[in-house]
Write a protein that binds this ligand. Structure first.
Ligand code: NAI
Ligand code: MG
Length: 496
């Protein structure tokens, strides 16, 4: 059967890769379902895309920001009309269940409306000059051509977090979607074009990291890079971008702790744990991957969590009643399998799951059983390293202070959560948990677009998406306007 052939988007034209190479987009729940073929791009394609973006910048930067914002507003409306189709294609593309892919498209809609509002809010400052008859102000300028490298776990939401604030700020973009999920980026960008984004303002080069991502980072006309993905790749990209003095926004891994105190609403914590650990098949940077349990409730909570995890319905996310979809590809299955073995070797106990599901009805996909690992101590690798699969580690503690210490004892610092009814502890946790995000009485997942998103320590390099993205996609310019008709010398003419 001939599959639909998607092309790169360069300067408003849909073009094959210069090399003619392609790759297939495969449904991880059913490998016989091919969504289409996509260009496998290289440095030549990237150069064409960057040139188109550079050309378009000359005019796009001069479009008034409120007009740019109107296009985003229209894109939000069109996304709402197309939500069901895009959600279905996203479930086929990367596996998460329909309710969640609808949520992913919804996040892009929310981001469109939020960022559209920013079009009338790109405020700068005015301030008195130290000199008479002189006016001083700061204005936000676009950066220029921005390169974006996206992951597969939120294939529409994450590109929207990058593209929309960049566009409203007057930048032009070249985006490289993850090789597992190019279609959702195509759907998003097609919608932006239908909403009125001019040719060349957004360009897509699909393909693999080293061939298509690396040249984007290296290209001298790309003025900033925004990346979400693994810490290993983020470290390479950060170094390469810094070598060329390019601002780079890195959003990477997590090992997110949920702390359950003895005074918590245990049923609520249980629901939160299931959603936080197994939503998106555990493939979220904010996934609940460590549950820290107060000794006095640990046995009861563990027993209930294991029973509920074992009963989760795993399968094709398009089907009614399925709660956990496949992992995105066989590499992710290999990682989950590896960490189960590492945990066992270090003395932890697999309480449920622990293996890939390979028999019917799972034989045509990449499925992993929801896994709960007990008897974990804070120094074990399963307590410290990211798995990015449906695998959660349980750690017991005696005191609140000890729980905070364990939560903070890792290299990552993305999301954290505390279940407790004690307000003093809640405020202490808000202050002391080393993370970019803290939830009280909710799991570690569930970010909203108008709050800052990002982590501390090895999770990121200090930039924020959501509220904060405009700071990355604009650069301050100071403007001094002298209307005295004389030469006035700062630091000299106003000295006593
Ligand atoms: P990855 O970091 O390899 O891929 C992310 C993006 O970077 C993709 O678009 C990829 O093509 C690109 N890329 C890869 N190598 C590159 C290079 N040398 N230069 C430029 N771009 C490059 O992540 P992958 O392999 O998909 O997943 C591996 C692990 O990464 C997961 O197990 C998980 O731990 C972590 N991850 C974290 C995410 C997050 O949300 N923070 C999202 C996806 C993965
Ligand atoms: Mg795929």
């Amino acid at each position: 059967m001939a599959h639909k052939q998607y092309q790169n988007l360069i300067g408003g034209q849909w073009l094959p890769s210069v090399s003619g190479k392609t790759f297939q987009n495969i449904n991880p729940a059913d490998h016989s379902d091919i969504l289409g073929t996509f260009p496998s791009s290289n440095a030549e394609d990237v150069a064409l895309a960057v040139a188109a973006a550079k050309k378009a910048f000359a005019t796009w930067r001069l479009v008034p920001a409120p007009k740019r914002a109107e296009i985003l507003y229209r894109a939000g409306q069109l996304l709402a009309e197309r939500k069901e189709q895009f959600a279905r294609e996203m479930t086929r593309e990367m596996g998460k269940v329909l309710a969640e892919t609808r949520g992913d498209v919804q996040e892009a809609i929310d981001e469109a409306y939020y960022v559209a509002g920013e079009g009338r809010r790109l405020f700068g400052q005015t301030t008195p000059s130290e000199l008479a008859n002189k006016f001083a102000m700061s204005v936000r300028m676009p950066v220029g051509v921005v390169g974006m490298i996206a992951p597969w776990n939120f294939p529409m939401a994450i590109p929207s977090w990058k593209l929309f604030p960049a566009l409203v700020s007057g930048n032009t973009c070249v985006i490289k979607p993850a090789e597992d999920t190019p279609l959702s980026t195509y759907n998003l960008v097609q919608t932006l074009i239908d909403a009125g984004v001019p040719a060349g303002v957004i360009n897509i080069v699909s393909g693999f990291g080293p061939e298509a991502g690396a040249p984007l980072v290296e290209h001298p006309d790309v003025r900033a890079i925004s990346f979400t993905g693994s810490s290993a790749v983020g470290s390479i990209i950060g170094q390469r971008a810094s070598a060329n003095f390019k601002p780079v926004s890195l959003e990477m891994g997590g090992k997110n702790a949920m702390i359950v105190m003895d005074d918590a609403n245990l049923e609520l914590a249980l629901e939160g744990a299931l959603w936080g650990a197994f939503g998106t098949t555990g493939q979220r940077c904010t996934a609940t991957s460590r549950i820290l349990l107060h000794k006095s409730i640990a046995a009861e909570f563990t027993q209930k969590l294991v029973a509920r995890a074992a009963a989760l319905k795993v399968g094709n996310g398009l089907e009614e009643g399925i709660e956990v979809g496949p992992q995105v590809n066989s590499d992710q299955i290999a990682t989950s399998t590896k960490y189960v073995a590492i945990a066992e070797a270090e003395g932890a106990k697999i309480l449920t799951g622990g293996k890939a599901l390979t028999e019917a009805p799972y034989a045509n996909g990449t499925f992993f059983a929801p896994t709960v690992i007990g008897s974990v101590t804070p120094s074990m690798r399963i307590a410290r390293e990211e798995v990015f699969g449906p695998v959660v580690a349980l750690i017991e503690f005696n005191t609140f202070e000890e729980a905070i210490e364990i939560a903070n004892s890792i290299d990552y610092g993305l999301s954290t959560s505390l279940y407790s009814r004690d307000v003093n502890r809640a405020f202490t946790a808000m202050r002391d948990l080393e993370a970019g995000i803290t939830y009280i009485n909710a799991p570690t997942i569930g970010a909203e677009v108008h709050l800052p998103f990002g982590g501390v320590k090895q999770t990121g390099n200090g930039h924020r998406e959501g509220n904060g993205a405009i700071d990355f996609y604009t650069i301050w310019k100071a403007v001094y306007f002298d209307y005295s008709d004389t030469l006035q010398r700062a630091q000299i003419d106003n000295a006593e």
